[in-house]
Design a binder for this molecule. Structure first.
Ligand SMILES: CC/C=C\CC/C=C/CC(=O)SCCNC(=O)CCNC(=O)[C@H](O)C(C)(C)COP(=O)(O)OP(=O)(O)OC[C@H]1O[C@@H](n2cnc3c(N)ncnc32)[C@H](O)[C@@H]1OP(=O)(O)O
Length: 289
């Protein structure tokens, strides 16, 4: 597997991370997998995941997300609100069809490296980030949310890292992002049980910062969050965030190839394929009941 070639083709903006050596080209302009709306007055950008029906995270979506993050860095936006344009779902996590049945190594390596890249760009972004969790956010959906700096969530949805019950072991950088949000023992319990929390439970343990009742409220709370940085020089804020998150970022940056190889080996194990297969089948069968 030529991981180093692929890693060279990925980039994140921060100067002390990877070389910024490719330009973004939308892989799926026709599908419009990500919608971006920049408010010229406030400088706030609303980024909506738009892969119907449930925003499952595919290679194409990750590529487009990275392109959008590059654009927002160039535009020097004041802040970003990440939300979904699908009904009732923020994101249903990694697209299971990227993992099952037995993905090709070529597709999988690209998929995984663009997933890593999306996380790096979001986790290290120079501008403040808010996740407006306006629907369920299991697994990879929760990863997007916890990589933002502030989380708002609508009532009656579920959020959490349910990888373990799906037969998947969360990678270290995902665990680190969770540990940055929750005190150690709650993070470990959430990961090992794979339990999905409802909005109130997520608020009670600090996984989300505020419960909001509608989009208007979410935008008002986001604005208040962004306003807390109005008197802070942008560069100082960005570098403080990036240095604060440096250990988590470096853990992945130094191990991108091995992280991808390890995950592929895990996914291709017959036992893992079997568990993911029955889980996927149960998702499909649920509808028939
Ligand atoms: C090692 C890496 C470690 C950490 C990194 C993060 C890694 C994470 C691994 C994952 O993300 S694996 C994916 C885990 N995701 C889930 O367990 C969520 C599964 N989905 C659901 O529970 C539900 O779909 C929902 C609650 C999100 C939404 O429910 P509902 O509104 O009732 O929609 P449907 O269930 O009817 O779904 C519509 C349609 O979409 C298909 N689908 C749902 N999720 C996925 C998915 N993640 N990948 C691919 N396809 C998905 C579902 O089967 C339905 O398909 P139909 O053909 O039946 O229409």
């Amino acid at each position: 597997m030529n991981f180093s070639r692929l890693i060279k083709n990925c980039s994140i903006p921060s100067r002390w991370l990877l070389a910024n050596n490719i330009r973004y080209q939308s892989s799926s302009a026709a599908q419009n997998l990500i919608q971006v709306d920049i408010n010229e007055e406030t400088g706030v950008s609303v980024v909506s995941l738009n892969r119907k029906p449930v925003n499952s995270l595919s290679l194409e979506l990750f590529k487009d997300f990275c392109g959008v993050m590059d654009d927002l860095e160039r535009e020097k936006v004041r802040g970003m609100v990440l939300k979904s344009s699908c009904d009732n779902v923020f994101s249903s996590g990694l697209d299971i069809t990227e993992l099952y049945p037995n993905p090709s190594e070529e597709r999988f390596e690209a998929f995984w490296l663009w997933f890593q890249e999306s996380w790096l760009k979001l986790y290290a972004s120079s501008f403040p980030t808010v996740a407006f969790v306006n629907g369920h956010a299991p697994a990879g959906g929760c990863v997007f949310a916890i990589s933002c700096e502030y989380r708002l969530m609508l009532p009656y949805y579920k959020i959490g890292l349910n990888e373990a019950p799906v037969g998947i072991v969360a990678t270290e950088w995902v665990m680190n992002s969770l540990r940055a949000v929750l005190p150690g023992k709650n993070a470990e319990r959430l990961l090992t049980s794979g339990r999905l929390l409802d909005t109130q439970e997520a608020f009670d343990i600090g996984l989300i910062d505020q419960i909001v009742n509608n989009e208007e409220e979410a935008m008002a709370r986001s604005e208040e969050f962004f306003a807390t940085f109005d008197n802070v020089p942008k560069l100082a804020r960005a570098l403080t965030k990036q240095v604060y998150r440096k250990n988590d970022l470096n853990q992945l940056i130094k191990n991108r190839s091995s992280d991808a190889k390890q995950f592929l080996n895990h996914i291709l194990r017959p036992e893992t394929q079997k568990i993911i297969g029955s889980y996927f089948k149960s998702l499909k069968d649920r509808k028939k009941d």
